[in-house]
Design a protein around this ligand. Sequence first.
Ligand code: ATP
Length: 234
Amino acid sequence: MLELTNLDAFYGQSHILHDISLRLEDGAGVAIVGLNGMGKSTLLKSIMGAGPTVRGGVRFDGKDIASLLPHQRARLGLALVPEDRRIYPHLTVAENLALAGYARIEGRTPYSVEEVLEFFPLLKKLAGRKGFQLSGGEQQLAAVARAVLARPRFLLLDEPTEGLAPLIVDAMGDEIQAIRRREKMALLLAEQNVDFARACTEHVMVLNVGRIAFSGTWAEFDADPTIRDRHLSL
Ligand SMILES: Nc1ncnc2c1ncn2[C@@H]1O[C@H](COP(=O)(O)OP(=O)(O)OP(=O)(O)O)[C@@H](O)[C@H]1O
């Protein structure tokens, strides 16, 4: 289980996240929604220990991991796919995936490249293509697949649908749901696309200027349209 208690995050003097508490049980799916600049990416990076300065509790299976380096958190089973994708442009899709096989998670055997390509049929057709020959959406799929290959327990996805065509968004949603079911992989998804987020998760948290403005199930979120109007409309 991943647990944040009274977490604050800073970039230099800028205080970005305020008093965030969150529990993500094994296998659970939580979406973090909110407009641009509300702190979604900062929250994921804070969990990974990759960027902001963090104050407060970050616990994994009851152990304090707040002082661990990102690669040490990765070895415990946390995986972050950042917004900017970072696929190696001069390696093929299959080679990009193969690299992830070296990132071992304690107690887990990674999938083979072939197995992961079976989970992502769209990528299978592109296995021999180099990173720079892929569309933005295909690169994003490859980045998600690369994270999945190591079989993380907690997958942190930062706006995977940003700028993608609706067909790829649908395919990605189906694939993420299928993998979650198969692996019991927990998902923390930062998203602006509420429909995609709803399809992939069971719970939702709304961030507003670095604070939790709402936390509940999607049914609770849908039952009160003022949440959406107040926090998700421009
Ligand atoms: N490296 C940084 N240094 C200083 N401030 C930053 C840095 N990265 C983000 N910020 C600021 O932190 C705040 C939260 O940004 P963050 O990227 O977490 O928001 P977000 O909700 O993920 O937005 P988006 O949907 O645009 O990615 C913003 O005010 C942003 O300008």
